[in-house]
Design a protein around this ligand. Structure first.
Ligand code: GLY
Length: 417
């Protein structure tokens, strides 16, 4: 009788323990990539359907603006339609990048073929000097492609793209101009996002040994370090420069709640950007900056328990504000890398990144076969712009897959590379 009672008590305990093990962070890499394989297959079907069925009105509008054909999925409209973009859009490289990550994980040539197809569509951007977003577009697509295949043609595209990006450098101010739009508002706007595009310049320096590219990247990172941050290490979104004197004219936001608020994705770009700059230069000022911004994020009283931030740390209606999963995935990916450089805090960084990935895997995944094949729900593109609020975003998914791969590599070898 006693034995029966014992078994009745112990069986649920064993079951719970096993369940906990199944949910353990180590297992999510496989289950998330299995899920991504199905979703991204569906996403390609939906994307091709959307491209083939583009309305005459949309086509005419696009062509009138001189924009090329639609190439990649970006997000979902409030009305439920799939948002597809031409290569000139800053998000065009993320979908091909996701396909490269699928190839990296599975080693299945079918994903290489798919990645090559979507990567080729981004090539016209190598000559587009009208924006700073070259890294997002070309490094995520061709950069991953070159890393995995060593295709010389990809290398040429990347080097040409880096030189095109370098044409936006303003030597007297020491920065790369981000945007050409909103000229009535800003003389020379630089956004924190621009830190991400420096990786292409560092890579091209490594290949060409042209120190001009390295110096441009370092100068931009230094000026951003000096001008983009508040005393608490939170980042402004937009800094407007006088390109002759280098003076700061304005400290503003564009996608955040207010000029003095901390837009969540901006903080994520800063952590990722300075971690990468430390890797490329060994400068401790960059490592310290990454650590300080991480500290700002993870000690913020408005950070939710699941570590998926609201779209702005100062959004006025927290907790009734949309989240931004893209900020979480970018931060998680950066944290795995940062844990390699800041040994004292490595365990903490890895635990935060693991928690983010686990919570995303449990509570934020799209339903299989839904949402045009996007992986994660609940990102915010621009709340003030009233678009892509609480929607999937291609870049949230891209950094999710990157973070999962980094986690796997870190656990296997102690390095995310
Ligand atoms: N780079 C634009 C954004 O983060 O929304």
């Amino acid at each position: 009788m006693k034995r029966t009672y014992f078994l009745i008590l112990i069986i649920p305990v064993i079951f719970l323990c096993c369940k906990k093990t199944n949910d353990a962070p180590g297992d999510i890499v496989k289950s998330d990539f299995d899920f991504a394989a199905k979703q991204l297959t569906f996403a390609m079907e939906e994307t091709e359907k959307g491209i083939a069925n583009e309305s005459q009105e949309s086509k005419a509008k696009r062509e009138k603006k001189g924009y090329g054909p639609l190439v990649s999925p970006r997000s979902i409209e409030e009305t439920g339609e799939l948002i597809l973009v031409p290569s000139r859009d800053w998000t065009s490289g993320f979908f091909p990048g996701e396909l490269w990550y699928m190839y990296e994980y599975t080693k299945d040539p079918k994903w290489e073929a798919a990645a090559r197809k979507y990567t080729a569509r981004i090539e016209p951007e190598k000559k587009n000097g009208t924006t700073h977003d070259m890294g997002f577009k070309v490094y995520c697509s061709f950069g991953n492609g070159y890393r995995l295949t060593k295709d010389e043609a990809y290398k040429e595209v990347l080097i040409e793209s880096a030189y095109t990006l370098a044409t936006r450098f303003k030597p007297d101010a020491g920065i790369i101009r981000s945007w050409d739009h909103s000229r009535s508002k800003w003389d020379c706007p630089v956004i924190i996002d621009n830190m991400m595009n420096l990786e292409l310049l560092f890579w091209a320096f490594g290949e060409t040994k042209d120190s001009t590219l390295y110096k441009i990247a370092v100068s931009h990172a230094d000026m951003t370090l000096k001008n983009h941050f508040r005393e608490d290490y939170s980042s402004y979104h937009v800094i407007d420069y006088d390109t002759i004197t280098g003076n700061v004219l304005k400290k503003n936001t564009h996608q955040g709640y207010a000029h003095e608020s901390a837009w969540s994705r901006g903080q994520a770009w800063a952590v990722y950007g300075y971690t990468m700059c430390y890797r490329e230069t060994g400068r401790t000022a960059y490592l310290d900056q990454a650590k300080n911004v991480v500290n700002y994020i993870f000690t913020h009283p408005n950070m939710p328990d699941d570590l998926i931030p609201y779209w702005d740390y100062d959004a006025p209606e927290i907790p009734n504000e949309p989240r931004d999963v893209s900020a979480a995935t970018c931060t998680a990916s950066a944290l795995y890398e940062l844990s390699m450089y800041d040994k004292e805090n490595a365990a903490k960084y890895k635990a935060w990144a693991d928690t983010i990935l686990l919570n995303l895997s449990k509570h934020y995944l799209a339903k299989e076969g839904s949402t045009y094949g996007f992986l994660l729900l609940h990102s915010t593109g621009s709340k003030p712009g009233k678009f892509e609020v609480d929607q999937p975003l291609a870049y949230a998914d891209y950094y999710f897959l990157e973070a999962l791969l980094r986690k796997q590599k870190l656990e296997a070898s102690g390095s995310v590379f």
